[in-house]
Design a protein around this ligand. Sequence first.
Ligand SMILES: Cc1cc2nc3c(=O)[nH]c(=O)nc-3n(C[C@H](O)[C@H](O)[C@H](O)COP(=O)(O)OP(=O)(O)OC[C@H]3O[C@@H](n4cnc5c(N)ncnc54)[C@H](O)[C@@H]3O)c2cc1C
Length: 271
Amino acid sequence: MKPGRFDLVLAGSCGEAVSLLGGREEAKPVAGSQSLGPMLNLRLARPAVLVDLSGCAELRGVTEQAGSVVYGAALTHAEFEDGGLVDATPGWLPQIARRIAYRAVRNRGTVGGSLAHADPAADWVVTLRALGASVLLAGPEGEREIALDAFFTGALATALGPGEIIRAVRVPRRGAGARWGYWKFCRKLGEFAKASAAVLADPERGEFAVVAGAIERAPVALPEAQALIEGRADPRVVVEEALPFLPPERRALQATATARAIAALREGESE
Ligand SMILES: Cc1cc2nc3c(=O)[nH]c(=O)nc-3n(C[C@H](O)[C@H](O)[C@H](O)COP(=O)(O)OP(=O)(O)OC[C@H]3O[C@@H](n4cnc5c(N)ncnc54)[C@H](O)[C@@H]3O)c2cc1C
């Protein structure tokens, strides 16, 4: 199938993108088009106007701040993978990016597009949620910042209001004492995960997180994160209690992904 007719306009700045969108339902932003493109082709989305953010320099910058690094929403997965960007973490962002699909997708797909699309199986969605990231939004009412735990409201659902776009993503800085682990189960390379887990231990800041992804709703932060990471709680028991809506075989897969992400955190190796 081919997409329906639409107009494509290029935004030169963040403000221009917001005004071109104009809060209209029939206008949609597009960045790498890796998720929106297939939806247009299948006519699951039929916008009359697409506002292209991908060439907007303002959405492609990196700003270093005291406790965080702010990444423009239109930076591609490949740009993170290639390691040319300042990393808020001890080298984890390129490792996350290189796990996304394959290079052709990574060359076009953007971090902002991935978060806005909010597929619970997507790599940035689960890992940045665990890393305590937030998104900076720009819209007709001005700018606001919202933590990812509140931004994701369901599978493919976010707190983005009409005409709002993600301008940037703030990733808290993590020191050398912080540890991270990530595990996803895919049937084959380049496919979306069937179960995934991202784990953070940052004792310096007293932050511990274990986040379950690929669960067909917004990623869930599991309770007892520190106890899970320190081996004082059993992933099977915690997953059983925290994700009762999953069928038993999916819960088992999720518990194993959690255990492997924790093992990766301890060993310094993630899959
Ligand atoms: C074959 C294939 C395999 C894939 N495998 C994986 C995988 O393994 N892991 C993974 O994580 N992802 C995977 N993806 C998805 C890919 O990472 C996409 O890049 C990503 O989901 C969307 O980014 P995009 O820039 O292409 O967004 P687009 O497709 O341009 O847009 C997606 C949605 O976000 C909106 N949007 C885009 N940018 C913004 C913004 N700045 N503010 C507000 N709304 C915005 C659009 O309106 C649209 O609704 C795969 C895609 C393909 C085609």
